[in-house]
Design a protein around this ligand. Sequence first.
Ligand code: GLY
Length: 398
Amino acid sequence: MIRNVFIATAICMAALGCSPASKGDDAPIAENGLDYCARQTERTLAQIESAGYGMSPRNIAPGDSTWKLCPASKELWTEGFWPGVLWYDYEYTSDEKILKAAEKYTEALKFISEIPAYDHDLGFIIFCSYGNGYRLTGKPEYKDVILATADRLASLYNSAAGTILSWPREMKSLGGHNTIMDNMINLEMLFWAAENGGKKEYADIAISHADMTMKYNFRPDGTSYHVAVYDPASGKHIKSCTHQGYSDDSMWARGQAWGIYGYTMCYRFTHDRKYLDFACRITDVYLSRLPEDMVPYWDFDDPEIPDVSKDASAAAIVASALIELSGYAGGEKGAAYLDAAKKTLESLQENYRGGDSCPAFLVHSTGHRPAGSEIDYAIIYADYYYIEALMRLKNLEK
Ligand code: GLY
């Protein structure tokens, strides 16, 4: 993110002697989308600002128009997305009011860097907020918060297992040291820290984590398990299973999306071909099983499809990843990925927008269906990855 993905994409495309599929004809998708996001962001700010900067929007129930707000606390993993949305919106609009709000909501999260690590989601929380803030402002105090939080995240690394412990609170219920697919996204903060004044070994931790996740959170056919469990003392792999998916054997849509995004990002930092090839392989599995409108059902293997909820958040995460991956893959494959990203964004624009009735950018996401939570909701992380994808597409056209 901070190490500008668009520069990296351009370098990669130059190195591979390739160019994006179709420059120049995408302005309607990117700019139409970003203008829409700017309007919705204003509406959300007007709705929530009086609650204070420590309260961030989490979700909107189907048919509703009011954000449920959550306090900045260590109970959640989603507080970084709203400040992240504001940073992207500020990047697009240059609106000083949005900048001020981005700073305030970001700075409400500083406490995360000051408390012991309780969960792997520190990267989601701090890199989407402070990470984007530092990328756009270069404020040294933002960098300090990122580096301090990287230290906290690294403290969850278990060298016997070779991975970061995702959920300390679930050690007992899951039967050991657990590593979930979502954890791939938190590696971005470690890679970045290693290159920007943090400990160099954080890159080794990220690489080990990515390699073990590749081994134990995926099946031979490229579909993913949500969770891998290891013996905390010996590091031996015990089992792979699900937590938020339909079953241990199914492909949970957002889990696969985190994998696609995560291995694409690993290639950005390492330039190790293994990660690029793997990102392409798991992307191809995902794309080959999508419904016609490019937005997956919450789990690809729910036997009740098509009578189950979709997950627009997974589609937005993958659209963003595909724009980056298209530059690394290059050639016909890269062109196909960019085309898939654009088709996804068009579909989200046409049929998944909150629109006038709901201030969220997107509706129809699924949070935790097995727990009966956030089914067919507007959820803040869908909005974050949607605006990120639109900015990536816009910057690709520069
Ligand atoms: N990181 C939790 C989720 O994707 O729902």
